[in-house]
Ligand binder design. Structure first.
Ligand code: CO8
Length: 257
């Protein structure tokens, strides 16, 4: 498929999606949002891809929804476009998504980052929900996901002032799992993605679903969900292979079955 605003490639069973509107700091217009979600869905359906990496450029992951596209819209137009509901489709991607964030991750860009399963940031990354400064509020999950990650007080500060959070703070608060120099960001992210891609795919899928369930449900329901997924994996050939390979002191050969 031809894309206008993103560049996609596959390397070592990792699908790589690079946002590519550098002139506007990767601002997310409707067309680019559709391309991002469609490309993720295409990777999800592609048996040659086992892990997905999303990235931007050195200066910007994404500086938010495209303001020029929304500025003069009416409430009813926004309702009919319902463009931010597209992001909901990302929740249905089964394969793990690793975000490599450098530069601005603001507004809808920060919300897109929070939809990734793992985030690694460069030292230059800046996260924030600056919508208040242009007369609105986060609309793609910022008030909900950021609050769950950094807590009520800091989320309130960020959302009510529009100030940004450094990569170091994002790491301290658990938004990103690692901060690395910008020159090695993609190497580190690709090494991680390759490690994930070398694991048994069905277990990866159910592990991702189980971790995400922790955001959506009570502890007892989450534990039950996890346990059933654990038992379910005993229907896979990879479980037999993995456990027998361990007992036979050899490397397992995963089939994704
Ligand atoms: N929309 C459209 N254009 C943008 C955006 C944006 N969000 N951000 C930057 N640009 C453009 C600028 O207009 C400029 O274009 P031009 O060269 O033609 O003038 C170009 O990118 C470079 O930007 P700056 O000159 O401003 O670069 P600076 O380095 O001086 O500043 C900033 C960088 C601080 C990031 C600044 O550009 C900025 O404040 N941008 C807006 C950030 C923002 O408010 N984001 C929130 C937008 S609203 C939103 O995201 C609602 C989310 C709802 C859910 C969405 C789900 C996708």
């Amino acid at each position: 498929m031809e894309y206008q605003h993103i560049v996609v490639s596959v390397e070592d069973r990792v699908g790589i999606l690079r946002m590519n509107r550098p002139d506007v700091l990767n601002a997310l217009n409707r067309a680019s949002m559709e391309e991002i979600v469609s490309a993720l869905e295409a990777f999800d359906a592609d048996d040659a891809v086992l892990c997905i990496v999303v990235t931007g450029n050195e200066k910007a992951w994404a500086a938010g929804a495209d303001i020029t596209e929304m500025a003069d819209a009416s409430a009813m137009e926004m309702l009919h476009r319902d463009q931010f509901a597209r992001w909901e489709r990302m929740k249905r991607i089964h394969k793990p998504i690793v975000g490599a964030v450098s530069g601005y991750a603001l507004g809808g860009g920060c919300e897109l980052a929070m939809l990734c399963d793992i985030l690694i940031a460069s030292e230059t990354a800046k996260f924030g929900q600056p919508e208040i400064r242009i007369g609105v509020i986060p609309g793609g999950g910022g008030t909900q996901r950021l609050t769950r990650i950094v807590g009520k007080s800091r989320a309130m500060e960020l959302v009510l002032t529009g100030e940004t959070m450094s990569a170091e703070e994002a790491h301290r608060r658990g938004l990103v799992s690692r901060v690395v120099p910008v020159e090695v960001l993609m190497d580190e992210v690709m090494a991680l993605a390759r490690r994930i891609a070398s694991q048994p795919p069905l277990a990866v899928r159910l592990a991702k679903e189980s971790v995400l369930k922790a955001y959506e449900t009570s502890l007892s329901e989450g534990l039950e969900f996890e346990r059933k997924n654990f038992y379910l994996l005993f229907a896979s050939e990879d479980q037999k292979e993995g456990m027998h390979a361990f007992m036979e002191r050899r490397d397992p050969r995963w089939q994704g079955k």
